[in-house]
Every structure is written in structure tokens, then in C-alpha cells.
Design a protein around this ligand. Sequence first.
Ligand SMILES: [Zn+2]
Length: 234
Amino acid sequence: MRATLELVYRAAQAGPVMTPAGKAIAYGPAPHGDLAGRCYLCGEATDEGLPRRDVIKPTFTDHGIARDPDSDLVCPLCTWALSYSELRNYSILATPAGLRHPSRSEIRDVLLHPPAPPFVLTIAVSGQKWLHIKARVVYNRAAFSVLLEETPVLVRPTAVAALLDTIEELYSSFTKAEIETGDYQPHRIRRFGIKRWERLEEQIGMHRGSRLFDLLLHVAQKQTEEVEQGVLRL
Ligand SMILES: [Zn+2]
């Protein structure tokens, strides 16, 4: 937890962070208190802690991950990490170069072409959960774990490309709900081409319901060329 929060904090101090909608967020420095002891959340010793009752809101539901549950103080780093609702509302990509709140399309690119480690990637779905306090720093970009909401997903970029291609070819003509459930509207299958649909369905069938499948479906984009072809076929 500590290594993740340190990376996110350092990244956030590098400058204003843009949300996918183009809003700039200025993350300030960590607040310092004067309490000595171990941090309730990360367990690290500090002499600049802040009162736990001021930092941990009644709505906080992650008490299960607290490293020192009996402590009445929270360290400056953890206080900072829980001070910005934006760190809960948006996905996070933290690298030593800076922090980003990536859009789904940017997350898609990161899964295909991850940055040089170390980095942290969390993907917010509800925007209501603290993910960065549960995420791990990635040190190996050939195979790494990211958080999709609270579920860790193992990502191998070489395996991502083929599965994502198939999902996105289907997404050119079908809805994400259809691809997720396998319950397709017959008229759309006819329009798409039964043989072509069968071939793609066969490729994704064994992945349906896996965490990686859910993640790639979440970030899948309509490919412009595919959409144009779809329009032409109509
Ligand atoms: Zn702490």
C-alpha cells in the first residue's frame, strides 16, 4: 500500500491533472499533523500524524485493510490519499513522470502498450470506491495486475491484442451487453453475417466471464473503419 501511495503522491505533485472531460485538478501537498505513532491505514511510523476521526469518514468502508486497526492517527501520506474524491471518482495511471485520469480509450492503449515500470493502474467503474489504497505497483510490463473496480485482473499485453481485436470487431455491430452475455439479437447477427459472427463467437467463447474479458469489454472502442464498413453494408 505504501509503495503505491508514494508513487501516486509523487506523480500527483508533478503538475495539474486533467480528467477525461478536460477539467484540471490541482493536487496539493500532504497535510502534516503532530501525532506520533503508527498509521491506522498503512501502519508506517510517523510523528506527523493526524487524528483518525478527522481523516477517516463515517462512509469509509475499507477498515478491513487497515494495517494498525487500533491506531488513532493517520500519516500525512494516507491523509492526502483520502482527501480527494477525484482519486476515487476517476481511473488512475501513475508513473514517475506524472498522474493521469485516463479515459476508457486511454486505458485501452495502456493495456496494449504499457508505460515503462514502475506504474500503478486502477480502473474506476462506479467511481465510489478507493482503489489506489488497494492497488499494487507494477514492476513487470510483460504480465501485470491492474484493478478493475476492486477486482485484480492479470494483463499480458501480447494476449490483450488478439482478444480485444475480436471483441471490437463484434462491437462494430453489436452492443456490449450482447457481447457480454452471448445473447445476441438475431436480426443483428443476420446483418453482420452468420459465418463471421460464428467465427468470432468461437474465439471469445472460452474467455467470456473471465476477468480479462470483462476488462477488455469495458475499454473496447468502436473502430471508425469498422463502423464505416458497417454503414456501407446497410
Ligand atoms: Zn499511512
